[in-house]
Design a protein around this ligand. Structure first.
Ligand code: NAD
Ligand code: TYD
Length: 351
């Protein structure tokens, strides 16, 4: 008999790529996508799979414990892939409480519901919690985060994700809930909400608006193409060892300023602009509070144990990403109308 799998946050950036992969690759599974459709959730991301016979969308909020208990009673889930979260560091600085509610309380609601629904019968069951490398804190110029690195979260976002990771592990040790976790580096690619650096810059370059770079642009991130993250999630879900954590990364570190220069070159080419035109839009603005200097992942474990590696190199990934945004202007227009503008003005015009 086919399995029924709950994916939370499936209308968001990474979640939509995971839903697409699972719906297409596993026709024998029924995929239930639970999403509250916050500002970051967008069913446009899933137009190509919305009529698939093995796909169902449920609108609902993971902070509502009664609703979550009922959902688990109505469906018999064999597995959970938990991606729903508040995900943007700047928003967490402005408004931490939403992060506490969704990322911590929401995760515990799901853990409780799974525990009660499965009632000690954990055979073939699996609760997969998707997390971030930001829980490990900030690196200096050298070193990498391994699965053994002590947690040291430094923003309300990363602290809320760290808290949820600890709770997931606590349910494994205390109740034997069959969990698996992964912590991934920065993702980029189609469907990312334009509050994040790369789509924000693409949108601003296209519209000849300043590209805001926090501080001196010296902060370093490790970037992974989102489809490669979805592939890793597939592998961890199916082959990861229960109770274990897997770090996922792109082996692809960039300072923000170097990354934006590459992006500007690609944009000049794709938009038929003189080389150097887009880079003139680069504008240094006030730094983010508590801005982590560097994140870098050691992804040896997932490579050795589960045979996963990124498939796409950065130059190709960034070209594909730019092409997707330039070919999907309606998507960007729809998402940036309304409340996005209020957010943008507050975040950037007062800097
Ligand atoms: P996103 O903000 O694009 O999407 C989050 C989704 O969760 C949205 O569809 C939103 O509607 C939904 N959601 C938010 N609050 C909810 C609630 N209370 N109930 C139900 N649904 C709710 O986020 P993303 O970038 O796709 O990240 C997905 C997951 O991956 C998150 O857990 C994030 O911490 C993790 N992660 C992200 C990155 C990254 O670079 N974006 C890297 C590593 C890990
Ligand atoms: P972001 O995409 O918000 O991801 P995260 O903070 O989770 O790593 O930011 C990536 C990097 O880019 C981070 O160092 C902050 C920086 N940044 C800017 O310089 N300007 C911006 O407008 C944004 C959104 C981010």
């Amino acid at each position: 008999m086919g399995k029924t799998i709950l994916i939370t946050g499936g209308a968001g950036f990474i979640g939509s790529h995971v839903v697409r992969l699972f719906v297409n690759k596993y026709p024998q599974y029924k995929i239930v996508n639970l999403d509250a459709l916050t500002y970051a959730g967008n069913l446009e991301n899933l137009r190509d799979v919305e009529n698939a016979p093995n796909y169902e969308f449920v609108k609902g909020d993971i902070t509502d414990g009664d609703f979550i208990q009922k959902l688990f009673a109505d469906y018999t889930f064999d597995g959970v892939l938990h991606l729903a979260a508040e995900s943007h560091v700047d928003r967490s600085i402005a408004n931490p409480m939403e992060f506490i509610m969704t990322n911590i309380v929401g995760t515990v609601n799901l853990l409780n519901a799974a525990r009660h629904a499965w009632d000690g019968n954990f055979e073939d069951k699996r609760f997969y919690h998707i997390s971030t490398d930001e829980v490990y804190g900030s690196l200096g110029d050298t070193g990498f985060f391994t699965e053994e690195t002590a947690y040291d979260p430094r923003s309300p976002y990363s602290a809320s994700k760290a808290s949820s990771d600890h709770l997931v592990r606590a349910y494994f040790h205390t109740y034997k809930l069959p969990v698996v976790l992964s912590n991934c580096s920065n993702n980029y690619g189609p469907n990312q909400f334009p509050e994040k650096l790369i789509p924000l810059a693409i949108n601003n370059i296209e519209n000849n608006r300043p590209i805001p770079i926090y501080g001196k642009g010296e902060n370093i991130r490790d970037w992974l193409y989102v489809v490669d993250h979805a592939r890793a999630i597939d592998v961890v879900y199916h082959q990861g060892v229960l109770g274990e954590t897997y770090n996922i990364g792109g082996n692809n570190e960039w300072t923000n300023i170097d990354l934006i220069h590459v992006l500007c070159e690609v944009m000049d080419k794709k938009l038929g602009r003189e080389p150097g035109t887009s880079a003139k839009l680069i504008t240094f603005v006030k730094d983010r509070a508590g801005h982590d200097l560097r994140y870098a992942i050691d992804a040896t474990k997932i490579k050795n144990d589960l045979d996963w590696e990124p498939s796409l190199q950065f130059p190709e990934g960034i070209e594909r990403t730019v092409e997707w945004y330039l070919n999907n202007k309606e998507w960007m227009i729809n998402i940036t109308s309304g409340t996005y503008q209020e957010y943008y003005d507050k975040q950037y015009t007062e800097r």
